[in-house]
Design a protein around this ligand. Structure first.
Ligand code: ADP
Length: 614
């Protein structure tokens, strides 16, 4: 998807043509084909009715004219008859036209809204299948992704409306009006037709000039919404460093750029609009002059009423063509946004790969992970793991130790199949990880991170996320085991309280309760107590000790107390394993572990703690 956002910002030519765009949209429209047929039928009726005014006026003017020049003098009865007929026809037509337009709009909107919903459902379904690497790539940040999706859906559903609802009525009306003009007089028809290519030409030049600007406006828009999201997410840091001004200036610069770009597009747009109106007026003047001339020279079939008739028909020809630029603009927008949007739907390479391997029902996953010569680089280019070889023994607790950035969390990311290694092999119970059914694998793994994401919703809903079919009693039991039950009950709404209002430590215990409910044979704990106070840390240590029994556990921690409890530990340095063995053995070896251990003991002031406790 990286390529998509790049294209949008730097590339001025879309690869997808209008034909391609419509082809991609068609499958989304076909489910509503009957609605479409109804809309188009109403459209055709509407186009027919649009010509009624011209025909009625043509006849009326000639009749009234004849009445004025009648030899026997003016006849009031005949005049009244003409007026009643005109009024009845015009009023009747207006009532019918209002009904037809209403039906056409309602049906059209129904198609647009339904297509918009389907596009949105499809893209969400799709994104949920993507592997983690997709989301950590440049250009796929939340704000940018959101803009790409929002804009895509909006402009694609507009295209549906434009093409199927707007263009067709306009053009049927234009074609009908043109046919009537030719039928009345070929020369007048030719003058009206001659204007059309000029219009098309101006619209095409306008479109070409606007295209580059549209790409730029879109790029800036993406940056703006990403920037605002970033500000909201980092509010605490911004305020604590008094960087409000800096952030506001960054946004101001972007807004300035956006304003310039928008003004530039408007300037181009207004210039060409003016040109088109001018051409249209010239067309109208030519038609008036030509028809007046034909009437004056007594050309067969020409009467004074024809001047009005031709001008009104020409208005029906030019009105839709005048709309052409808007539709052309929208289509060009849609081409830009469609590329990003369909890029998401097409990104098969981003879909998480799943193998077929499943455990037999009743059989339990053991949890023996073997990593052999694993190399891994993040999409951003960070070479996080180098020639890593290690074995995680089933039913035991293995600690991963190392300085920050050594690659400990990356190992967990790989074992959970969030990412795939560049080379080397990883097996679980002897089966390569790639061959495991991803869902089965993750059903068997419980993951507790330093910051566990709590969804907006009640505490009960959040715990139940671990196993949606759990009973309320099971949820309560899990909360008890995670030492959070009493605190939840102390809240006014108990388990129905909003989970996002809990403190970091409480949220952590909700996540642990969630894992108790899931009850997986393999558990990854990535600094689960890093943000907790001492009492909470001890309580969580107790609950983790309870859950560890008979399971394969990998714990990443800077807390020496948790590390020395492990059966085995691996020491990592810049993505490479430098030591391993039991905590005592590795300590005796000296090296990095001893350095970390001693520094940790010193930082805890162990001597004074011992004195205090004595
Ligand atoms: P640790 O858990 O030991 O602190 P990590 O495994 O988180 O270390 O990180 C190892 C290296 O990979 C670091 O240099 C870090 O910056 C980088 N890294 C971690 N996560 C990502 C990511 N999602 N995208 C790009 N680089 C990452």
């Amino acid at each position: 998807m990286y390529f998509c956002s790049r294209n949008m910002e730097n590339n001025n030519t879309s690869k997808m043509g209008i034909g391609g765009l419509l082809r991609r949209l068609l499958p989304f429209v076909t489910p509503y084909r009957w609605l479409l047929v109804a809309t188009l039928t109403l459209t055709f009726l509407g186009s027919l009715m649009a010509q009624v005014n011209a025909v009625v006026l043509d006849r009326a003017v000639d009749r009234i004219n004849a009445l004025l020049h009648l030899d026997g003098g003016f006849q009031w009865a005949e005049a009244a008859r003409i007026l009643v007929i005109i009024s009845a026809v015009l009023l009747g037509k207006e009532v019918l036209a209002a009904l037809v337009t209403f039906g056409q709009r309602i049906f059209g909107e129904k198609i647009r809204i339904n297509v918009s919903r389907d596009l949105s459902l499809r893209v969400v379904d799709r994104i949920l299948t993507f592997r983690m690497a997709f989301f950590s790539r440049d250009g796929n940040e939340p704000g940018k992704l959101q803009t790409r999706i929002d804009r895509g859906i909006m402009s694609l559903s507009n295209t549906v409306k434009n093409f199927f609802i707007d263009i067709l009525p306009l053009f049927t009306s234009a074609v009908l009006a043109l046919v009537l003009m030719y039928a009345a007089n070929v020369y007048v028809g030719l003058v009206a037709t001659a204007i059309i290519p000029v219009y098309f030409w101006i619209t095409t030049v306008q479109g070409r000039r606007m295209k580059g600007w549209r790409h730029r406006v879109f790029g800036t828009h993406q940056q703006l919404s990403h920037g605002i999201l970033n500000i909201i997410e980092s509010m605490g840091v911004i305020k604590s460093f008094n960087r409000e001004r800096v952030e506001a200036d960054k946004q101001a610069a972007l807004q300035e750029q956006s304003t310039d770009q928008q003004m530039q597009t408007r300037r181009i747009s207004f210039l060409y609009e003016g040109l088109k109106t001018f051409v249209e007026q010239i067309g109208t003047v030519l038609i008036i002059i030509l028809t007046a001339y034909l009437v004056l020279v007594n050309y067969p079939g020409m009467s004074i009423g024809k001047i009005m008739y031709h001008v009104m028909l020409f208005a029906n020809v030019s009105a839709p063509i005048r709309q052409l630029h808007r539709i052309y603009d929208d289509l060009n927008d849609a081409l830009v946004y469609a590329e990003g949007f369909f890029g998401l739907l097409d990104a098969d390479a981003e879909v998480e790969k799943s193998g077929e391997w499943k455990v037999e029902s009743g059989e339990r996953v053991q949890g023996r992970f073997e990593l052999r010569n694993v190399e891994f680089t993040y999409p951003s280019g960070t070479h996080a793991l180098r020639d890593l070889t290690m074995t995680i023994e089933p039913g035991r607790t293995t600690a991963l130790v190392g300085l920050s950035g050594a690659g400990k969390s990356t190992i967990v990311n790989l074992l959970d199949k969030f990412y795939a290694p560049d080379s080397g092999s990883i097996t679980l119970d002897g089966v390569p990880l790639g061959e495991w059914d991803t869902q089965v694998l993750r059903d068997n793994i419980g993951l507790v991170l330093q910051k566990n994401h709590i969804f907006s919703g009640t505490i009960e809903e959040n715990i139940r996320y671990g196993r949606p079919d759990a009973t309320r009693d099971e949820v309560i039991e899990a909360a008890r085991k995670a030492y959070i039950y009493d605190q939840v009950m102390a809240l006014p709404d108990g388990f129905d309280s909003n989970a996002t209002q809990l403190s970091g430590g409480q949220q952590q215990r909700i996540a642990i309760a969630r894992m108790f409910l899931k009850d997986p044979p393999i558990i990854f704990l990535d600094e689960p107590t890093a943000s907790l106070d001492a009492i909470a840390t001890e309580q969580i240590k107790n609950s983790i000790d309870a859950i560890k029994q008979g399971r394969t556990v990998i714990v990443i921690s800077h807390n020496i107390g948790q590390i020395i409890d492990s059966d085995c530990l691996y020491v990592l340095d810049t993505g490479h394993c430098v030591q391993h063995g039991t905590p005592q053995e590795v300590y005796r070896q000296g090296g990095l572990y001893k350095e970390i251990f001693d520094a940790s003991a010193r930082s805890m002031n162990v001597d004074k703690i011992a004195d205090t406790l004595a």
